[in-house]
Design a protein around this ligand. Structure first.
Ligand code: APR
Length: 240
């Protein structure tokens, strides 16, 4: 994999598929148990929270628990290994599970927030602690407004500075990975096209992609947790 070994600047965009092998369902998988009858698109919106804040808070509490119990998989570890080898590396993730950081990735841009953080729905400020008096959702200790997870919901804009940095990484990289993302949700999805137009070699890793190899586009069909460690082994002859 000369393209990987020779690249000076690498960027990667990850989606729910990179965490699938850690046991976390993607957005296109049906939900299980109590949450079977809900679609994520109907829970992850400001309107859903206004309509039924308890339901939305509890869905995130359930997911926070799943994500807290999940462990990084070999795909996350391989991306951390690539970062150690590359001169410049930026990891842009749509995931809110924090697994990249737990696998020791350093330069991580979280486009959709992080489920472990909480903010006030009214004031839009981060809130570290609140009184645990059993209220669901809890209230902001400053203004009394409802607390919500610090994640980006459908219809909300991305953190501006973080997206700017992601765009910059896509424009200036010479190798761009798109890993485990359906590419359906904008503006994250457009980063791959931005990188392609700026002249980067694109490597797509997904369970649902046509295998393809050309000088500036590689589509690798299969699980990220197997393909990425194999790429690291081939490029640097070491374990991912
Ligand atoms: N390895 C590689 N790819 C995989 C794997 C795997 N083990 N398992 C699943 N995939 C692929 C699927 O084929 C699919 O294309 O991962 C992709 C997951 O797609 P989505 O569930 O749509 O996840 P994502 O692209 O991250 O969604 C984007 O949408 O719901 C919102 O805000 C939410 O951040 C999320 C955004």
């Amino acid at each position: 994999m000369e393209a990987l070994r020779g690249a000076k600047s690498i960027a990667a965009l990850t989606g729910a598929g990179i965490s699938a092998e850690s046991g976390l369902p993607t957005f296109r998988d049906p939900q299980t148990g109590l949450w079977e009858k809900f679609r994520p698109e109907d829970l992850a919106t400001p309107e859903a929270f206004q309509r039924n804040p308890k339901l939305v808070w509890e869905w995130y509490a359930h997911r926070r628990e799943l994500m807290g119990q999940a462990q990084p998989n070999p795909g996350h570890a391989a991306l951390a290994a690539i970062e150690r080898h590359a001169a410049t590396f930026t990891l842009v993730t749509q995931n809110i599970d924090g697994l990249h950081q737990r696998a020791d990735s350093r330069n991580v841009l979280e486009l959709h927030g992080n489920i472990t953080r909480t903010r006030c729905f009214e004031e839009d400020t981060l809130v570290e602690s609140w009184s645990a008096n059993g209220e669901v959702p809890p209230h902001c200790p400053r203004c009394g407004g409802l607390l919500r997870p610090d994640v980006v919901w459908f219809g909300e804009s991305l953190p501006e500075e973080t997206f700017e940095q992601a765009l910059e990484a896509a424009i200036f990289c010479d190798l761009f990975f798109s890993i485990g993302t359906s590419g359906l949700v904008e503006p994250a999805a457009s980063l791959t096209e931005v990188a392609r137009r700026a002249g980067a070699t694109i490597v797509v890793i997904n369970l649902e992609v046509e295998p393809l190899a050309s000088p500036d586009l590689y589509q690798l069909n299969g699980p990220a947790g197997q393909i990425l460690p194999e790429l690291v082994r081939q490029a640097w002859r070491e374990e991912g």
